[in-house]
Design a binder for this molecule. Sequence first.
Ligand code: 2AM
Length: 176
Amino acid sequence: MRLFTALALPDEVARALLLIQAGVPGARWSRREQLHLTLRFIGEVDGAEALVIDDALASIAAPGFTLELKGTGSFGGKKPRDLWTGAAPSAPLLHLNRKIESALQRIGREPEARKFTPHVTLARLKHSPSGAVADYLTDHALFASPPFAVTAFCLYSSKLTSDGSIYRVEKEYPLQ
Ligand code: 2AM
């Protein structure tokens, strides 16, 4: 199975995101149940590895915090692949990310090579005109979600289908 850790989003925040999902040709907008903020991608594992990962994640002690999503961006430069909203700077979010990273390295997982860029993917893009993407990013540059309490993080599984990814919360780990 393919696993990753992420924050689930409350309905109030998801509603705010769904409201800004319009106006870009070629965008496949994330559905409510696809919205999440990835903390650490894990990748393909077998059942035995998943159990070890679950144990490692369950042993993490980190404080809960308040988070706000802010602004918009896109990965891929001249060939934009997606649209996303970012997280306002948050020391406790980085702390949680580091805790997960070290817990996974302790059980022998490879270190994450990518820099952590906290974001919630709003859409995947296919042949979207770069002008439309630029306009979208300008129009929503000042987007801010309602602040929300982060009281847990989750282990998700991901199944790739022709209709997009199906994400499922497998486990939830409370924060203190
Ligand atoms: P994305 O939304 O920016 O594509 C499930 O696929 C989640 O893990 C998505 O949020 C995705 O981020 C992220 N993800 C997928 N592959 C990844 C990888 N190789 N490294 C880091 N994150 C990845």
